[in-house]
Design a protein around this ligand. Sequence first.
Ligand code: AMP
Ligand code: ZN
Length: 487
Amino acid sequence: MSELKIYNTLTREKEIFKPLNAPHVGMYVCGPTLYSHAHLGNCRTFLSFDVVFRYLKHLDYKVRYVRNITDVGHLESDGDEGEDKIAKRARLEKLEPMEIVQLYAVDFHKVLDDFNLLPPSIEPTASGHIIEQIEMTKKIIDNGWAYEVDGTIWFDVEKFAATYPYTELSGRKLDELLEGTRENLEGQNEKRGRLDFALWKKAKPEHIMRWPSPWGEGFPGWHIECSAMSSKYLGEQFDIHGGGMDLAPTHHTNEIAQNVACCKKSPAKTWIHTNMLTVNGQKMSKSLDNSFLPEQLFTGNHPLLETGYSPMVVRFFMLQAHYRSTLDFSNTALQASEKGYQRLMNAMKLIAGLKTSEKSSVKIETLKTDIYNALNDDFNTPVAIASLFEGARIINSINDGSDTITAADKEQLQKLFSDIVFDVLGLKEETGAGSDKVEGLMNLILELRKDVRTKKDFAASDKIRDELLKVGIQVKDGKDGITWTSN
Ligand code: AMP
Ligand code: ZN
C-alpha cells in the first residue's frame, strides 16, 4: 500500500508523512472564537480535521489532537484594532464574557457532535493560559524581538524578517505587505513598524477582560495564545498545525514568528490549510450575511434552503469535496449527496446478508487498494468515496446474484466498509431525534405487512407500501427479504 502524503502549505509540496516521534503524532488546530454560533463554514474546517484525526488514528498513530477555544484577545479587526469580539457581545447582551463563551461553547460542541466529530484530546482556552502567554512574551522580549510602549508589547516584524523568513507561509513579499498596511491606525501610532503586532495589550479602563502582568493590566494578543498552548501541550516542535486557509497569511504567519523568536524553532513540520465553504462563490461568513447555522440547515428554516438536510447528509456532502478545494453550497448538490449517502448506507446494510460462494467474481483487494491510495493521497475523500460507490455497485450485484463472493472476501469487504465509512469518514446511520423510534415503527409496520401478505391480503399489503411512499419511505421486496429507504 502507498504511504500517506500530506500537502504542506509551508513547502507547497505533498510530502510523505513521517512523525517526529512515531507512533505519537501531535496536531494543533486553531479552534473557534466563541462570540456567536458556529456557522456551516466553520464546521467544514473542523470536519476536515476530524477526518485527518480519524485517519491518523486508523493508521495506528497515537494522536494528541489539541484544538483551542479563543475566549479572549480576538479583536474585531482580526488584528490589533477594535473591541474584543467576546467582550463586545457581553456588553451588548449584558452578560459576563465567560457567560457568552459558555453559551456558545455548549452550542459548538452540540453541533460538532451532531456532525459526529470526535472531541479533540485537549481543548485549552486562551483565558486559562494567561501565565504561559506572559512567559512566552517575556522570552520574546528578552531575545530582542519585541518591545514595550506604554504597557503594550509589540512584536518587531521588520527586525525579525531581516533575520528569519517571515512570509514563508503566505508566499508574499514583505514590501507588498508593508504597502498594503495602513499607517497610524487609531491607538496604534505608538508601534514602530506598520506590520508590528501586539503580543500583549494594555487594557483601557473600560476593558472588561484584564489580567495583571509585568507591564501592567492588560490582555494577550490573539496570535500568542496558539503559540503558548501548542508548545505547552505538544512541545516546541510538533507534527501538524492546521486551520482554515484564511488564517495562514496573518494568524499562522505570526504564530511561526513568535515560536521562532521565543525558541528558535518553527512550531510545526506540516501545515494543513482547509479551503472555504462558499455560497454562490462567496466565502460563507457572518459579516456577508450569507451564512446559516447547522440548526437551520437541519430544519430547512432559511431562505437559502429548499428543504432540511440531516447531519449525516451534510457530512457526506462535505466529504465529497477535497479539503483544499472550495465547496459551494447548493440545494442541488445536497440533494445529490442525500441520494449518494442513502445508496452507501443501503449497500452497507446488505453486506452481512450476502450469500457466499466457492469463488469470488469480484476483486475486493483492488477496491481496498484504491480506497487507501486515495486517502493516502492527502486525504482525498472524494476519490475514496467514488471507490466506495464502486463497492456499493459490487455489493448490489452480489446481492442480486450477478456476482459471487467467498466468505473470506466477504469478511474483508465488511471490515473495509466499516473501517472506512464509519471509522475514517465518520459517517453513521442517522440516529437523530426519533430515528430509533422510526426504526422500531418500521420494523413493526413491515412485520404487520408480512402477516397480511401471508394471508394473501395483497390489497392491504399494497396500501401499506403506497402510504409509506407518500411519506417518503420506499419499501422494496427483494429476493432476500424486504428493505426500506427514506428520503
Ligand atoms: P473563527 O471562529 O472565525 O476564528 O473561525 C473558526 C475557523 O473556521 C477558522 O479556522 C476559519 O478559518 C474557519 N472558517 C471561517 N469561515 C469559513 C468558511 N466559510 N469555510 C470554511 N472554514 C471557515
Ligand atoms: Zn490559532
